[in-house]
Design a protein around this ligand. Sequence first.
Ligand code: NDP
Ligand code: ZN
Length: 377
Amino acid sequence: MNKNIMTLLLAGAMLSSLSAAETENRIPARGLALDKPGSDFRIVDFTRDALGPKDILIEIDYSGICHSDIHSALNEHAAPGSKPLFPIIPGHEMAGHVVRMGSEVKKFAVGDLAGVGCFVDSCGECRECKRGLEQFCLVRDPVPNLLKDGRNFRGGYSNRIVVPERNAIKIPAGAELSRVAPLLCAGITVWSPIHFSKVKKGDTVGVAGFGGLGHMAVKYLADLGAKVTVFDITEEKRDDALRMGAERYVNMKQPEAAGGLADSFDFIISTIPSDYRLTDYAKLLKYGAGELAVVGLPPTASVKILELLAVPHRKIYTSVVGGIGEHQECMDYSVAHGIYPEVKIIPATPEALKEAYQNVIDGKVKFRYVIDMKTLK
Ligand code: NDP
Ligand code: ZN
């Protein structure tokens, strides 16, 4: 995978001071930055790239808080010994509207709703781009406004962003804009493997980790007519899972909870963000047919191959967000079918973000925080 995609997904965005030459024609912006791992947020002024002929300038109305932002804020995914990419502006779930555009832009008009997800550039020509997997672009650095030295790297907790129109997602008019932002990561990240595995009506499926990503998976899977079991570690979300269409809720803190479920699932998606045993889910898959999609990114989890050998001939794969075409399909389908995340809107203040981060870590959010970027002062 292109390392910079993971950098954006995992490390948010990096700030720096700019020289006078670099600021020429650039677009002033404001955001919420972290100076170092675990620090409090502060409001910063910076600039975005000047608008190119194929670029659009989006005024960001809403920005979702993904658990990946928290992994980034705590520098949990950094390679041992690497220099932290701080300060950062996290955020890769952006929903807003187009306020300016370059002369060659075709897909958007000023005033259109537009979304930006985990990556903002791709060449459109390489093997992976042609496959519709722009998130793995072999040529371009898909980070926002990357300067040559890689300094100027900034995410969605900000008031505006410049992106090539190719990498922006059209948000249908009439969409509930405050609930659309999490579709750009939480939504697409589960949508993509659900469709890669061709889940269909009547399939027995599982969702491990019932948070921002997990609750979107339950909604999509229930909508398809699959029989959904949710696996989490709290009693507090049992009723929510059943309300969203799950048939069964398993509290994995009770060791006997998953008893009797071995060898019975066609598909499971794991969104778990902390250490767990992959084998606990692999063994639930049907022999020879069941598929386990791993999308959660626990910083410290390791795969125990010997354990997995005890449950052979199950298919396990990883998945990272989705390509641009898939993003658009996911967006259009979600809005047309009224499948939205359950969100709590918070103001764009350092205090509100600090509290929100702690609540995500403590498992107290149902189910996604969304920052109202219009309140950024
Ligand atoms: P959330 O914190 O919103 O949700 C995680 C859920 O998992 C919570 O409900 C949590 O429970 C639950 N959980 C924690 N530990 C366990 C466990 N051992 N067994 C079962 N459930 C558990 O996170 P997100 O949904 O935002 O993100 C999930 C993960 O996906 C993160 O690691 C994130 O980085 C990753 N991610 C990956 C992407 C990709 O492209 N592959 C894209 C986006 C995110 P509780 O609330 O009770 O603590
Ligand atoms: Zn994310």
